[in-house]
Design a protein around this ligand. Structure first.
Ligand SMILES: [Zn+2]
Length: 481
């Protein structure tokens, strides 16, 4: 019988905190479009003798992250030096938390598409600083220190993940949970979320983990999943061929979809950690934790419960709408305009989400703002346009900068409710389709509705979908009688 294998995966996620200023100095941390090396000072450039001072807001944000991930916060923790030489870190060490992190023993309950739920333990989260950014150009390397000493938290999971799917869903939940707290943009594209994966395989049922391999350079959640699948396959094949898995660090090559060795255990650096002498111990009092708890914004589960209760939405709708905080905010803004939660939810869950899927845009990038959608829905509610026309208006608005109300007026999309006008079209259809009228008269009660629907369809077609369907139906029924 073929040997059965089980994979064991743990993830290390780095999050950039959007505290506005850096972790040890007052330098502006919003540097994305800034001139290189302009957001620097002697502290974040690591000048000799410059002393770090812990940013209070970093601690507050880190505590919010810890609470969202159900961690136990340590009243006393400390900072340590991780020593290594690399040009993007002029101090030759990174200040991080090694001996005692500020929090540990958290968890996230992840639900898979199949409905199966499982718990992923969070081993620990540590506060640390980012390095500068190296830019390699041919034979030259340049360094931008705007990113140096940006505040980070590193979230280390327990080795509780067993497949790429589990890792993918864990990352999605971690991202949306953190997004709800407002402490980070959690964007892999913007570099405010980075992820490394520790992967090993062992014989099914074994209690001893195999040798783990660390994979870096993962630039999307999909890349994380693919790298895990690749690595599991590579390791199983190697073991079955009698090879030994070495503890090593590998890089994911997204172009070739393979991992390549970066350094082996022999080349592993000895970081010679020791307590950071320039910073006192980090003391977080219980009162401080309680104060920050009170400042926590509404969590995903709280919002879900509120959506079901206050908007009387089905749980299914509320679940989708609260999946991402941006979509939940969008929904609430639309409801402010329409005062109709269910109709607003229906439009978002069908037209809006379909459009986002097709265009690959996020809700924030959508061409239909919450105000646009609110206006479109209100035009239906006021009987100015039919639902059918509203869908045409929605599509038109995607590429039209005019206000929805203006488009309806200027492009003549207004629904026809004038009795005389609709009666004229109904008569025309009846005159032009004597066969259908005859068919209707000769049909039994079972078939009649179908023929009627055909005649109504002709009226709608002739009015270019603008005739009010209720009036058309009533008129058609009475004429045929
Ligand atoms: Zn600075």
């Amino acid at each position: 019988m073929a040997r059965q294998w089980e994979s064991v995966i743990g993830l290390e996620v780095h999050l950039q905190l959007k505290t506005g200023t850096k972790v040890w100095c007052g330098c502006d941390a919003n540097y994305d479009n800034s001139e290189v090396n302009t957001h620097t000072c002697p502290i974040c450039l690591g000048h000799p003798g410059a002393l770090p001072k812990l940013n209070k807001k970093v601690v507050e944000y880190a505590i919010k992250g810890a609470l969202a991930l159900n961690c136990k916060i340590n009243n006393i923790s400390g900072f340590d030096r991780k020593n290594y030489f690399y040009p993007d870190t002029p101090k030759n060490y990174q200040i991080t938390q090694f001996e005692t992190p500020y929090c540990e023993n958290g968890h996230l309950d992840v639900k898979l598409n199949s409905g199966r739920e499982f718990r992923v333990g969070i081993t620990r989260i540590q506060i640390e600083e980012d390095a500068g950014k190296s830019i390699h150009m041919g034979t030259e390397s340049l360094i931008n220190f705007n990113r140096a000493s940006m505040p980070l938290v590193e979230i280390i999971s327990d080795p509780d993940l067993r497949s790429s799917e589990e890792a993918y869903e864990y990352l999605n939940l971690l991202k949306s949970t953190i997004k709800y707290t407002g402490i980070s943009d959690v964007s892999m594209e913007l570099g405010s979320l980075r992820c490394d994966a520790n992967i090993s395989v062992m014989e099914k049922g074994s209690k001893v983990y195999g040798t783990r391999v660390e994979v870096k350079n993962l630039n999307s959640f999909k890349a994380v999943a693919r790298a895990i699948d690749y690595e599991i396959g590579r390791q199983i094949e190697a073991i079955e061929n009698g090879e030994i898995i070495n503890q090593e660090t590998r890089l994911w090559d997204d172009d070739s979809q393979v991992t390549r060795i970066m350094r082996s255990k022999e080349d592993a650096m000895d970081y010679r950690y020791f307590p950071e002498p320039d910073l006192p111990r980090l003391v977080i009092k219980n009162e401080e934790i309680e104060r920050i708890k009170a400042l926590m914004p509404e969590s995903k589960s709280e919002k879900l419960a509120r959506f079901i209760k206050d908007y009387t939405l089905p749980e299914y709708d509320a679940n989708i709408l609260t999946d991402e905080i941006e979509l939940a905010d969008y929904f609430e803004k639309v409801v402010e305009f329409t005062k109709n939660p269910k109709l607003s939810s229906n439009w978002i869950m069908t037209e809006v989400l379909r459009e986002l899927k097709e265009s690959g845009k996020t809700i924030e990038e959508s061409n239909i703002t919450s105000e646009d959608l609110g206006k479109i829905i209100n035009l239906i509610q006021k009987d100015v346009i039919s639902s059918k026309i509203a869908k045409q208006l929605f599509i038109k608005k995607l590429t039209d900068i005019r206000d929805p109300e203006v488009i309806v007026k200027e492009d003549g999309m207004v629904q026809v409710v004038d009795l005389g006008e609709i009666e004229g079209i109904v008569k025309q259809v009846l005159n032009e389709n004597p066969k259908m009228v005859e068919d209707f008269k000769n049909s039994d009660e079972g078939r009649k509705p179908r023929v009627l629907k055909g005649l109504i369809g002709q009226v709608m077609k002739l009015s270019k979908g603008k005739a009010n369907p209720t009036i058309v139906t009533e008129l058609m029924e009475s004429k045929l009688k």
